[in-house]
Each structure stands twice: as structure tokens, then as C-alpha cells.
Design a protein around this ligand. Structure first.
Ligand SMILES: [Zn+2]
Length: 197
């Protein structure tokens, strides 16, 4: 966050909470304490404080509000991603990480061994290299509110007593798969006996 971003948010909160002695110099004092935080969350925290707080917040109160808002939005995002029938990102299945196609090579170097003679040391190649998936940037933009949340398709109509439709089965199996589960039929359900007339 830059001071240029922070100063107007600070000034506007000072006006909203009628804090007459919060001047530009105070903003300079607050800024270093809040500087490392995500600007979007600092601004959202200011909005929340403007409606909830009775006094102008201390830096610690502002920080803890930022933490609360970030936690709320992360939870909302997690819930939303779990509601989706199919992952938003087919590349990484919404894990945020993809296998790197360029595995690191083994590294070899010479060093003096215990007896003073040069010895080859070797670092094995990284067996499962991972890199950040490009979708991480999109999910971050949604998290901070710079992009709208992805829309969740309307729930499919369900009948409590009926069999699942093929679409419902597909969605259910995908959801199980995303939780690392796989459906298997152990025994076929018995056919209900029909009463003889
Ligand atoms: Zn991805």
C-alpha cells in the first residue's frame, strides 16, 4: 500500500468519525504501521469502522479489522469454490498449483571431503516440482474485491425420493472427486419385493 492510496482513506474515515485532531501528520504516523497490509482490505476495514466504531481506531484496531475482513473473505471464497459443480480452473482443479513441466536438474558440485580429497556432492532432482497456476491472480483479485465473485449456477431441482438425474450424478461424483473420494458400488441394492395381489 502506498501513502497516496492510504491518505484519502484515512482522511475520509477521520471526517466520518468526526475526529477533528486526525490530521495529515497523524496519517503519516499511522501509515508505517499499516503499510504492509493489502490496500483493498485497509479500505474495506475503514468502511466497516466508519459504520461500527465510536472512536477513531488505533492502529492496532484498524489492523485487527483488516485481519477480520480478510478472514471473512477467504472463508466466503472457500465456501463458494466448494459450491461450484466443476472447478473454475481446469488447469489446477482450483488448487492454485500445477505440475511444472520443467523439473529441476540434479546438481553436482565438488567439495573437499573429510579427508581433504575433493568429493562430488549431488542434489537429486525435484521429483514433484510445482509452480503457481495463473488462476491464483484471478482468485486474489476476487478475494480483495477487484473482480466480482464467480457466479454459482442455480441449484438443480432435487427430489428427495427419486433417483439422481445423470447431471446430478455427474456433479456429485465431481464433488466427491475434488475431496479425494471415489464412489464405488459394493453391493447392488436389493430390488424391493412387490406384494402379490
Ligand atoms: Zn489454476
Amino acid at each position: 500500500m502506498t501513502f497516496e492510496e492510504f491518505a484519502p482513506v484515512f482522511a475520509s474515515l477521520a471526517v466520518q468519525l468526526r475526529c477533528v485532531d486526525a490530521e495529515a501528520t497523524t496519517a503519516r504516523v499511522y501509515f508505517p504501521v499499516l503499510q504492509d497490509l493489502e490496500f483493498a482490505f485497509v479500505a474495506q476495514a475503514a468502511q466497516r469502522l466508519a459504520t461500527n466504531a465510536e472512536y477513531f481506531p488505533k492502529t492496532s484496531e484498524w489492523r485487527s479489522m483488516v485481519g477480520r475482513i480478510e478472514a471473512e473473505r477467504r472463508e466466503a471464497q472457500r465456501v463458494l469454490l466448494r459450491k461450484l459443480p466443476t472447478p473454475l480452473c481446469p488447469e489446477c482443479d482450483d488448487s492454485g498449483w500445477v505440475a511444472d513441466t520443467m523439473p529441476t536438474k540434479p546438481m553436482k558440485w565438488l567439495r573437499p571431503g573429510p579427508d581433504g580429497k575433493p568429493v562430488f556432492y549431488e542434489r537429486p532432482p525435484n521429483a514433484a516440482p510445482r509452480r503457481r497456476c495463473a488462476c491464483q491472480a484471478l482468485r486474489h483479485a476476487e478475494l480483495i474485491g477487484a473482480r466480482p465473485w464467480p457466479s454459482v449456477p442455480a441449484a438443480l431441482p432435487t427430489r428427495s425420493d427419486g433417483a439422481l438425474t445423470p447431471e446430478q450424478s455427474r456433479i456429485t461424483l465431481t464433488r466427491l472427486g475434488r475431496r479425494g473420494l471415489r464412489a464405488a458400488i459394493k453391493t447392488m441394492p436389493a430390488v424391493p419385493k412387490m406384494d402379490e395381489p
